[in-house]
Design a protein around this ligand. Structure first.
Ligand code: KG4
Ligand code: ZN
Length: 349
């Protein structure tokens, strides 16, 4: 059994987790997530403020994670942190912190790729969410469609060419006058929308596409966002809000969800996977999860989605990915750095 203490500080969540385990048999001892509130008034994450908030939060958050796990630093076998991609100043807080711990306790150190962490998150809650599977990672910063042949062996099939799925949710929500981050608010508003009132074209989704087409798996949400903004502009405004906001929200979500679902179905079919694993904040969207589950059932595939705590940024997924790399011999030195952009390790052609 190996005990991992992991830290995640790539964006606006300060998180620490303690995980015990061997291979796919793991036990999450604790997970503490502190969501930074300071960005709310700005309607987006302010990097410098994020770094400062991580600095003040990281020590108490880590202490709390250890206390909840009933663990002390001496019992930790491996220290881990997200090393990228993300906000460099924010990442450096976590990386610097675990470097100091690893040095002080003379224990190994493992840096983790943030998106690889998301791939592991669902397996902490669903024993079947292990490779091989098709993965769809949808967050505020990323939209990635992948084939996961094994842990550490990944094929990137498609990604967004412009806005991430969550970013599209947030931008459209803002135009509809909803608070930040808008995804969950938009999903709620869409429940009051009626189908068929408004319809948006499914971006980069055509029946005659073939796997050799560059846009067979790729996605694009910025055109959809513009179409929605145009529609809002055309609609009647009452008290500063579109009278058809709910119908527009419904139609936007419908177009975005169908695009994600169909692209994922293509991947599951081509690689003959019977499992689809979702991750990232947008995986909290019930409309997406339900539509995905229904569509995959027609292919005989099961869908696994994490609960909100593990879908959004958290240190538990970083600990799980670190455990995998530690067991495969990975050791980082005290020269471990943080990177704004970083290729996922283990990519295969
Ligand atoms: O993974 P995450 O917490 O942070 C990163 O971006 O890395 O994802 C946050 C994103 C935001 O864009 C937020 O609006 C979106 O996830 N989100 C949702 C829902 N809950 C969170 N989008 C649509 N429907 C939801 N229920
Ligand atoms: Zn993330």
């Amino acid at each position: 059994m190996t005990r991992v203490l992991a830290i995640e500080t790539s964006c606006d969540e300060t998180s620490a987790a303690v995980l015990d385990g061997t291979g796919d048999s793991t036990s999450l001892r604790s997970l503490v997530i502190l969501s930074q509130d300071v960005h709310r008034v700005y309607g987006g994450v302010v990097p410098e403020l994020a770094s400062r908030a991580h600095l003040t939060a990281i020590e108490p958050v880590t202490r709390r994670a250890l206390a909840e796990a009933g663990a002390d630093l001496e019992s930790v076998d491996v220290f881990a942190a997200t090393m990228g991609p993300g906000l460099v100043g924010a990442l450096l807080v976590g990386v610097g912190f675990v470097k100091a711990l690893a040095f002080a306790r003379q224990r190994p150190l493992v840096g983790v790729h943030h998106m690889e962490g998301h791939l592991f998150a669902t397996s902490l809650e669903h024993a079947q969410a292990v490779p091989p599977f098709t993965a769809l990672l949808v967050s505020g910063g990323h939209t990635l469609l992948m084939d996961v042949e094994a842990w550490g062996r990944y094929r990137i099939l498609g990604r967004t060419r412009d806005d991430a799925a969550g970013e599209a949710f947030d931008k459209v929500a803002k135009k509809l006058g909803l608070p930040y981050p808008g995804g969950p608010h938009l999903e709620r508003l869409a429940k009051d929308g009626r189908a068929g009132r408004v319809r948006f074209t499914r971006p980069m989704l055509r029946k005659n596409q073939t796997p050799s087409d560059p846009d067979y798996y790729d996605m694009s949400f910025s055109g959809l966002k513009t179409a929605v903004v145009t529609e809002i502009g055309k609609s009647e405004i009452e008290n500063g809000k579109s009278k058809h906001a709910a119908d527009i929200a419904f139609a936007f979500q419908d177009a975005l969800v169908e695009t994600l679902v169909e692209k994922t179905a293509r991947a599951a079919e081509q690689y003959r996977r019977d499992r689809v694993v979702l991750g990232g904040g947008v995986a909290c969207n019930k409309t997406l999860v339900n539509a995905m589950t229904e569509r995959m059932a027609t292919l005989g595939a099961n869908v696994y989605a994490p609960t909100a705590r593990l879908a959004t940024d958290n240190a538990a997924m970083i600990a799980r990915a670190a455990l995998f790399h530690f067991e495969h011999g990975r050791r980082d030195g005290l020269d471990l750095n943080a990177y704004a952009t970083l290729a996922i390790p283990g990519l295969i052609a």
